[in-house]
Design a binder for this molecule. Structure first.
Ligand code: ADP
Length: 626
């Protein structure tokens, strides 16, 4: 029989796995049991809809056998099994031939980048090589005629050959390594140790994990003597973690459960475990990951919570349980109110499910609020990862949820080092301030440099910095916060000047009507108005907009399919009346005026973060001037 090499992918990956996440060799058992349980889940699911599966739920089992003499641990399941192709593709991909060199595990190299690579591959099975120098997998896929045997000693590839096996399922035999000076592998051949490991890591597995146990019991016939009694015992309690009372569960139990079940390598930032009684009775266990899952921003990502009915999984991703703005939440709901054989279509209309979804939405919101007040640092970390979702949530469905989400929003601002809430902003407002000011731009740095920002800050007002496209849309949806309106400081109707200043500038504009008209006609339909302004500080020009649509909104709309139906911002070119350029313009002949107008407009566009239609012409004109 020819030996096959493991497919490319590398010693490095395996080394990383051993050195970074799998700091304890003992977890090999947890990994193999989880695989067995998943395989049983698959067959169990099939049995719900497929009459060819003759098994019922009580038939499913995981068995562990210890053969101390031959140093073997045998783990079997009667799950879905694997075909020869599956054995090859599932177990043959990661490790590379000649390099399965498991290093000492204590070089704890916690490089998140590396681990995330690992997180995306299934390397669970390979952990068996931490304790075994040879692994044998005999498997028969459900419905298949033939079984296959996969054998590998790690280093030099693997073999697959046909073999005998009666029922569908998988039997994994680990040939346990010899003890070394530092490692006592023989421990894993002791029933007490296996019992302990199952209880520690796999207690909630929903299928019985059984092992033949021998106990010394007093001999009833001979006083003072003992006999060995052998019996098959179920090692796990099978009570799912969410069904236990909170006081029984430690934080690390939750974290461990989350990481294992939801394929993450970092602890969640928030764990919510709730038991609800009343209109609907259900347990919920939910987690907010620290980082978005790698596919979070792809179409493939599906939101949803697992749905259990009395401890039995009935749906893996029930989307109806989570609003879009909480699509990052992972977890499950278990309710006895739901019937086991309910179909997906029926589920959508299920009244009970709607009540549960509503309660969950409320619960997550209140837990987030709690985190915001109690652990700001953590909340900001959360917001960095998922804040965008909440802002979309404010805007979505015509603002249906805006009031319940507005206090969860954070923004950068001219007064806060990190983030501010709207309520904190309002708390800092002077009595005379009746408006919440904001400005939009690509980055905090760029917004801080806008001429308008300076002017508003000089008046003593704080400016919120909107750097996400959705920010302004969300705020428009809110309309006001605690009775305070919002104002974009780049809109032309924003006016913070005194009455006298207002009068002066309006006079100036009146007097300069002809000049402004000429400038406007030089710029054509690129602008809807040109005017002198007194709010630009020391800067010569800037752009503002009239009407509802701001420049930022135009950018967003035009990038949407259909180009936002050609919605355009109405652009106003503002020229600083106190700047020397104002006088230059007034004294220029018509030809020069036209040239100056174009130059000023182009530079104002650049300041606003817009591109200019003809950069070459712009550059030529500047050189010309010089
Ligand atoms: P993961 O479980 O993270 O996907 P593993 O390396 O542990 O990665 O397993 C790889 C794949 O091999 C599994 O996804 C599963 O398809 C298959 N597999 C492993 N163990 C079993 C088993 N006992 N029965 C059926 N399939 C299994």
């Amino acid at each position: 029989m020819r030996k096959k090499q493991f497919k490319a992918e590398s010693k490095k990956l395996l080394d990383m796995m051993i050195n970074s996440i799998y700091t304890h060799k003992e977890i090999f058992l947890r990994e193999l049991i989880s695989n067995a349980s998943d395989a049983i889940d698959k067959l169990y699911f099939k049995s719900l809809t497929d009459n060819s599966v003759s098994m019922s739920r009580d038939d499913f089992k995981i068995n562990i056998e210890l053969d101390k003499e031959n140093r073997k641990i045998i783990i079997s399941d009667n799950g879905i099994g694997m075909t020869a192709e599956e054995l090859e593709s599932n177990l043959g991909t990661i490790a590379k031939s000649g390099s399965l060199n498991f290093k000492k595990e204590n070089e704890n190299d916690e490089n998140a980048q590396d681990i995330s690579v690992i997180g995306q591959f299934g390397v669970g099975f390979y952990s068996s090589f931490m304790v075994a120098d040879k692994v044998e997998v005999v498997s028969k896929a459900f419905g298949a005629e033939i079984a296959n045997k996969w054998v590998s000693s790690g280093a030099d590839g693997y073999t697959i050959e046909e073999c005998e096996k009666d029922a569908a399922g998988t039997v994994i035999t680990l040939y346990v390594k010899e003890d070394t000076e530092n490692e006592n592998y023989s421990e894993y051949l002791e029933q007490y140790k296996i019992d302990e490991l199952v209880k520690k890591y796999s207690d909630y597995i929903r299928y019985p994990i059984q092992m033949e146990m021998s106990h010394q019991v007093p001999d009833s016939e001979k006083e003072g003597e003992y006999i060995t009694e052998i019996s098959t015992e179920t090692l796990n309690s099978m009570v799912p973690i969410w069904r236990k009372s909170k006081s029984e569960i430690k934080e690390e139990d939750y974290n461990e459960y989350y990481k294992q079940k939801f394929m993450d390598y970092t602890d969640p930032v928030l764990t919510i475990h709730s038991k609800t009684e009343g209109q609907a009775t259900f347990d919920a266990l939910m987690f907010i990951p620290e980082n978005p899952p790698y596919d979070f921003y792809t179409k493939e990502y599906e939101k949803g919570l697992q749905l259990y009915s009395n401890g039995v999984l009935i749906m893996d991703k029930c989307a109806d349980l989570l609003p879009d703005y909480f699509s990052f939440v992972k977890g499950l709901v278990d309710s006895a109110d739901l019937s086991l054989n309910i179909s997906r279509e029926m589920l959508q209309h299920d009244h009970q499910l709607k009540i549960i979804a509503k309660a969950i939405d409320k619960k997550i919101k209140s837990e987030l609020k709690k985190m915001l007040t109690k652990d700001r640092e953590k909340y900001e970390k959360f917001f960095n990862a998922f804040g965008l979702q909440l802002k979309y949530g404010v805007y979505a469905n015509y603002g249906m949820e805006k009031d319940s989400l507005k206090d969860l929003l954070l923004f950068k601002s001219s007064s806060a080092d990190t983030y501010t809430t709207l309520s904190e902003y309002v708390g800092r407002m002077a009595d005379s301030q009746d408006t919440i000011y904001y400005a939009c731009g690509d980055s905090v740095e760029k917004i801080a440099l806008l001429p308008q920002t300076d002017a508003v800050k000089e008046k003593g007002y704080e400016v919120l910095y909107f750097t996400d496209e959705v920010d302004e849309f969300a705020i428009q949806m809110l309309m006001e916060y605690e009775g305070k309106k919002f104002a974009n400081i780049c809109k032309d109707d924003l006016d913070l000047s005194t009455d006298a200043e207002k009068e002066a500038i309006s006079k100036k504009n009146e007097e300069s009507k002809d000049l402004l008209e000429k400038i406007k006609s030089a710029l054509g339909d690129q602008v809807s108005a040109v005017k002198f302004s007194n709010k630009l500080g020391s800067h010569p020009v800037s752009l503002s907009t009239e009407g509802y649509v701001s420049l930022e909104m135009e950018k967003v709309l035009s990038s949407m399919p259909g180009g936002g139906n050609g919605v355009k911002a109405q652009i106003v070119l503002e020229i600083n009346s106190n700047h020397p350029v104002a006088e230059k313009l007034a004294n220029a002949d018509d030809e020069t005026l036209s040239k100056y107008s174009k130059l000023l407009f182009a530079s104002a566009r650049l300041i606003a973060g817009l591109d200019i239609s003809n950069p070459t012409e712009f550059s030529d004109a500047i050189a010309d001037l010089m």
